[in-house]
Design a binder for this molecule. Structure first.
Ligand SMILES: [Fe+2]
Ligand SMILES: [Fe+2]
Length: 466
């Protein structure tokens, strides 16, 4: 097989700025969002420009959340950008997701002055028509009720686009009839000599141990569906939604492994996208981030700007603990609530503003490596959260940070042991809290950006299966 490659671009969340994207209402909304909003047009233009310049790769797959919050104007603006990319020779296949149509948690508006002004939204049944030229038209099979389809990408390789909107409420996943159709598509692909891989919006597998606990971090019935898909011979699925870079594998009792490659948002730290190259023997995955974009970045590089946007979401909360209790309580349910918490919350907030890692070490009688001792605990906590989303979490055994966190958790063991007994009975993951926390700060595999997976060819050569 001749090498074949494609790009994965997910969660571009395009927002049409002419709806209004400035003023206090915009600031309020933007500060609680880890991704960019007004900047999305400029970031998408920069990323698409790079992709268009790669003349050896002519396919782009987008696993959902194409626009910010279902605005019709955002869809129309985004489709213009897709069409421009298509006119430069790219074949584009989109999956739509819950941000692309109006539903309970997704109400379109613009931001003008102090006001959120309602904007025209998009119904789910409009999406196939809007994006007809970007996948649905090329489909060799469709599951119409769920907006799922299959396309032949190249000789010997098919893509299964599996929509997981579910009921647009608690259930995100595949209905039984949709799943039966998907399994049949996998069988038909293999029978006709095609390798087939999939894309869906929500992660099929939790991308980090902590994501097992978060309902919105993976498909509702992920274990069941992972077993069914892997045992049907599907070994690769590209996902999004979590705005995080992760590569996760799951092996069924029958010994079949499926790899979930979750790609970060195109417009949220670290603003990543991937290139995937299929050869006769393997599938190589590499990642890129947006290097620059046309925007007033206040003197920051693009990477610094994205990090600042992400961190602000968390540092605002910690700063409010110390200096603005009213704002803090509004974030968690209203100004009247929990007034008695003002003193302890403010105290913890003020300690967090000043406490360094060296200070933590002194409190618990251990030495922190000089290279990290002056770092604020606050900044370190924010970085730990950010690293889960950025991927390739760096604090593995042998690093000063790993040593400091490990020692702290050992010092806290008498307290942690009580929690381990209680929580461990509910979920074995918590039976070892030290191991759990350490698994969050360091990923020894380091495969979240670059990985090589085996490619299993189904093409018949001389009448014999390869
Ligand atoms: Fe998203
Ligand atoms: Fe999403």
């Amino acid at each position: 097989m001749k090498n074949f490659s494609l790009y994965i671009v997910t969660d571009p969340h395009y927002f049409e700025n002419k709806l209004g994207a400035s003023g206090p209402a915009y600031e309020r909304r933007s500060r609680t969002d880890q991704k960019c909003i007004a900047e999305t047009g400029a970031i998408i233009d920069a990323g698409f420009h790079k992709i268009a310049a790669d003349k050896e790769t002519n396919v782009v797959v987008l696993p959902g959340d194409l626009v910010y919050r279902a605005e019709k104007a955002s869809h129309l603006g985004f489709i213009e950008k897709l069409r421009a990319l298509q006119n430069q020779g790219k074949k584009i296949y989109v999956l739509t997701a819950r941000h692309d149509y109006c539903n309970d948690g997704n109400t379109p508006c613009g931001f003008v002055g102090e006001e959120e002004i309602p904007a025209e939204g998009t119904r789910r049944d409009e999406l196939r028509g809007l994006y007809y030229d970007f996948g649905f038209k090329q489909a060799i099979s469709e599951h119409l009720p769920t907006l799922s389809y299959v396309v032949q990408l190249t000789d010997g390789i098919r893509l299964l686009v599996l929509n997981c909107d579910g009921d647009s409420k608690d259930f995100k996943g595949f209905y039984d009839d949709q799943m039966a159709w998907a399994l049949e598509q996998i069988r038909l692909a293999h029978e006709s000599g095609n390798y087939i891989f999939a894309t869906t919006h929500y992660p099929l597998l939790p991308g980090s141990p902590v994501m097992r606990l978060i309902g919105d971090a993976k498909l509702t019935d992920w274990e069941k569906r992972a077993n069914e898909l892997a045992d049907a011979g599907l070994d690769l699925i590209f996902t999004g939604h979590m705005h995080m870079q992760s590569l996760t594998q799951y092996t069924t009792q029958n010994g079949n492994t499926i790899t979930d490659v979750c790609t970060g948002s195109f417009v949220g730290c670290p603003c990543a996208y991937r290139k995937v190259t299929f050869s006769d023997t393997d599938i190589h995955i590499e990642s890129f981030t947006i290097e620059d974009f046309d925007w007033d970045k206040q003197g920051k590089t693009a990477a610094e700007y994205f990090t600042w946007r992400f961190d602000r979401m968390i540092t605002d909360i910690i700063d409010a603990m110390a200096y603005d209790f009213a704002f803090f309580t509004r974030l968690f349910g209203g100004p009247e609530k929990n007034k008695k918490l003002k003193i302890p919350v403010t105290l913890v907030g003020k300690i967090l503003q000043k406490l360094t890692l060296g200070g933590v070490g002194r409190l618990f009688w251990f030495r922190v490596d000089p290279s990290i001792k002056d770092r604020l605990l606050k900044d370190t906590a924010v970085e730990f959260v950010r690293n889960i989303f950025v991927g390739n979490e760096p604090y593995v055994p042998g690093t000063p940070m790993y040593a400091a966190v490990d020692t702290l958790l050992r010092r806290l063991h008498p307290v942690l042991r009580i929690a381990e007994k209680k929580l461990g009975a509910k979920d074995p993951m918590f039976a070892d809290l030290r191991g759990f926390v350490l698994s969050l700060i360091g990923d020894e595999n380091q495969l979240d950006y670059e990985a090589t997976l085996p490619f299993k060819s189904y093409q018949k050569q001389g009448g014999d299966p390869a």
